[in-house]
Design a binder for this molecule. Structure first.
Ligand code: IPE
Ligand code: IPE
Ligand code: MG
Length: 241
């Protein structure tokens, strides 16, 4: 695979843990545990294949509406995952960036996230974005509020705002837009994930349930991406010229 065809930024909607659990006749949380193993595998494969940014949708603003027990089990899993992965982030020089309203997460998790972001902030080879308590609509509302505050304070001229300056107010301000968005489990929707940033992303819908997502399926997604022509509104002839 040529470096030119490797997506710089892959974003993944990790879906299907619950259905995996049902298939295997185990509790849903076991599906989430297996999902966490798939996360570790996927980060490794992304790094080995020259992907520079990987963003994973781990918990949406809408996921708070799940049964209380599932939400608290997910938070416990996240806490354990973060403490366990801290040495790995350092060992493999992974910069962690959290996107979402993470101030609404349990304090113990906020503390871990804060520590991990601070410790890894200077790594520039690979960025892992974790979307936690993330939703595109809340992101846009937060960005609009921040722009309005800056305008009130006389720091920005509203007449001069274009998308490029607006995007500086998004949670993803220091990440490139995703080139490829993968959703597992066969669902065909974006579920409020990176809607603005994915405006021109290629989309790959995988039938695989997230806990079964492996190197072969990841490479299949990258290969499919490489075969596509991104035209950005232009014609094929213009692209080939
Ligand atoms: C994705 O798997 C994990 C989260 C959304 C936290 P699901 O839990 O949504 O799995 P399904 O969709 O019920 O199979
Ligand atoms: C999207 O999956 C959120 C995450 C992967 C974290 P969901 O399972 O919550 O999405 P819907 O409800 O099926 O759209
Ligand atoms: Mg789901």
């Amino acid at each position: 695979m040529t470096a030119q065809n490797t997506p710089k930024h892959i974003a993944i909607i990790m879906d299907g843990n619950g259905r995996w659990a049902k298939q295997h006749k185990v509790p849903r949380i076991e599906g989430h545990h297996r999902g966490a193993e798939a996360v570790k595998r996927t980060i490794k494969v992304a790094q080995e294949n020259g992907v520079k940014n990987l963003t994973l949708f781990a918990f949406s603003v809408e996921n708070w509406n799940r049964p209380k027990l599932e939400v608290s089990a997910l938070m416990n899993l996240l806490e354990r995952f973060l403490s366990e992965q801290m040495p790995e982030l350092i060992k493999r020089k992974i910069r962690l960036r959290v996107i979402g309203r993470y101030r609404e997460l349990p304090e113990r998790i906020q503390a871990l996230l804060h520590e991990a972001e601070e410790t890894t902030q200077d790594y520039d080879e690979f960025t892992l974005g974790l979307a936690l308590n993330y939703g595109s609509r809340t992101e846009v509302v937060d960005a609009v509020k921040a722009v309005a505050q800056a305008a009130n304070a006389g720091l920005v001229d509203l007449n001069k705002i274009d998308y490029n300056s607006f995007r500086q107010y998004l949670y993803t301000r220091d990440m490139p837009d995703p080139d490829l968005v993968i959703r597992t489990s066969g669902e065909c929707r974006l579920s409020n994930f990176l809607l603005l940033q994915s405006a021109y992303a290629e989309i790959y819908l995988s039938k695989v349930l997230w806990p079964d997502f492996d190197e072969a399926e990841f490479k299949a997604a990258i290969a499919e991406y490489s075969s596509r022509e991104r035209r950005y509104g232009k014609t094929t002839e213009q692209i080939k010229a």
